[in-house]
Design a protein around this ligand. Structure first.
Ligand SMILES: [Zn+2]
Length: 517
């Protein structure tokens, strides 16, 4: 999808739908809305009154213009109150616009963004957020739907136009380059999030560890300064990744290890490396501790962390940020069979730590043990973040829309929290409570993969991971809640959400900016 930046708004120019975000209780005070209202002889004022349209958030007013102006339809999108406006407001408004484009199967769209007086957001912030929300909201996973299913798949409009104006409705001079850059970035980011959603939504029969590795290779090929290295299970065994291999042993679909490395030549090889580790369990049946009925459904999403880091590094490389960065995934499928690893087994991770298996459904942390070891000991990462759909306990604690965030270094933790706030991806800090280390003690190995108690499962899982990062600045995001949408919310349809990518890209951007200071 492409957006053309308009330098004037011609109401005679034809288009399928004109989308206008408007402030609450100020519908006709928007000079462009007033202009259209005049052209349509007061229709907007009448309709807004009849339909009690106040432009509250999520409220919209849409109508057919009956050929009286160029756009076939006009759709006013409620922004809510001016004092509450933030990036996310505009993203969600873009998502609301996408719903209308879908409903009318619009072939093209013109988006009109007015910059209200006295707000902190710039015209670039507003345009970028609206375009991002719009593109993300248009996505559906419909490749398995038959064409004759009544409603054929809608791929979104062929193109869009964007007009930005000041509070008086006047075009803003000299902002075209800013807008073009903001829109380019928003679309790159949105396409990356959609790529990750596609990986997560693909059925597990197709999305095996080998397929995930192959997609990582394809997605990274042809991107400047980005390299891809895949290890098969023999090579993984040679690297002593026995924890990850144990998890994958029960499946016919053999494990793979994925490493993507972005090293732009302008950054010295001695510069600190930022490593992103993603949990990549392509399907989690629980293994011999098999999950019961409902708990197993949607477990194709147990590689959401992997999808996020793979996609994020391709965006970071495309945007050309000056930093060294890696994405690391130990991809496995957790299945029960005669070859499966068992409760009571002891496995040795790459860094030599022995792990007593208490439950084969606590497998993510075993795969992460090796992936984190690789990032730190093989690649020499200076800073690490991992994203993992790790625990149901985290969902119980924080719900479906907020990730749990843990960190062993206050500065690094604060940097990640800042990035996530700017990206509009919610997370909440939970403690790495030293006193709870007791709960993952093993009598016969260095650590146990389940806790002695039922409480604080997200915390004990994090304490387990901490054993494999030691002093290296590390942040763990438990994304078991926000990685998957059970129902549509704003610009996220049902399915994989691509949570975390926007935070990772923002994080890489801030690290690159700091290193250049
Ligand atoms: Zn599991």
């Amino acid at each position: 999808m492409k957006f053309k930046i308009l330098e004037k708004l011609d109401l005679k120019a034809p288009c399928s739908i004109l989308l206008i975000p408007v402030l609450q209780d100020k519908v006709l005070e928007n000079p462009l809305v007033a202009r259209i209202d005049r052209a349509l002889r007061g229709v907007i004022a009448q309709l807004a009154d009849q339909e009690n349209f106040k432009a509250k958030t999520r409220q919209s007013l849409n109508f057919n213009t009956m050929g009286k102006i160029g756009p076939k339809r006009v759709c006013l999108l409620g922004l809510g109150a001016a004092e509450k406006l933030k990036h996310e407001t505009y993203r969600r408004t873009g998502g609301l616009g996408a719903d209308w484009l879908r409903k009318f199967r619009a072939e093209d769209a013109t988006v009109v963004c007015q910059v209200p007086k006295g707000i902190k957001l710039t015209v670039g912030d507003i345009a970028g957020a609206v375009v991002e929300g719009l593109r993300l909201g248009l996505y559906r996973f419909d490749k398995y739907k038959s064409k004759d299913d009544g409603e054929p798949p809608y791929g979104g409009p062929g193109g869009g136009s964007l007009f930005c104006c000041d509070a008086r409705g006047k075009v803003m001079k000299g902002v075209k380059p800013t807008l073009e850059a903001a829109v380019r970035r928003a679309l790159t980011l949105a396409e990356g999030v959609i790529t990750a959603r596609e990986l997560v939504n693909e059925i597990p029969e197709v999305m095996t560890p080998a397929e995930l590795a192959e997609r990582a290779r394809k997605l990274s090929s042809g991107i400047k300064d980005l390299s891809c290295r895949i290890l098969d299970e023999k090579e993984m065994a040679a690297e002593k990744m026995d924890a990850a291999l144990a998890v994958g042993r029960g499946s016919e679909n053999r494990p793979r290890f994925i490493e993507l490395l972005y090293e732009p030549p302008k950054v010295p090889k001695t510069a600190p490396l930022f490593a992103m580790v993603g949990k990549g369990v392509t399907f989690d049946s629980g293994g011999l501790n098999i999950k019961a009925g409902e708990a197993m459904a949607t477990m194709k999403m147990d590689m959401s962390g992997a999808a996020a880091v793979i996609s994020a590094i391709t965006i970071i490389a495309r945007l050309g940020f000056p930093l060294r960065c890696a994405a690391v995934v130990a991809a496995v499928e957790n299945m029960p069979s005669g070859r499966s690893y068992r409760p009571d087994d002891i496995v040795r991770a790459m860094n030599g730590t022995t792990i007593e298996v208490g439950n084969t459904d606590a497998e993510g942390r075993l795969t992460l043990a090796d992936a984190l070891s690789w990032a730190i000991h093989k690649l020499g990462a200076a800073r690490v973040i991992d994203l993992a759909t790790l625990t149901g306990a985290c969902v119980v604690a924080l719900g479906k829309t907020t990730a749990g965030i843990f960190g062993n270094d206050p500065g690094w933790l604060a940097t990640v929290q800042q990035a996530s706030a700017e990206a509009g991806e919610k997370c909440c800090n939970l403690p790495l409570d030293e006193d709870m280390k007791e709960d993952i003690k093993s009598e016969i190995a260095d650590v146990k993969n389940i806790s002695a108690t039922r409480s604080g499962g997200a915390i004990t899982a994090s304490l387990f991971l901490q054993k494999f990062v030691k002093e290296t600045p590390w942040v763990h995001l438990d994304i078991a809640g926000p990685a998957w949408a059970e129902k549509k919310r704003h610009y996220e349809p049902v399915g994989g959400t691509g949570y975390g990518i926007r935070t990772l890209v923002r994080l890489a951007e801030s690290l690159a900016a700091k290193s250049g200071e």
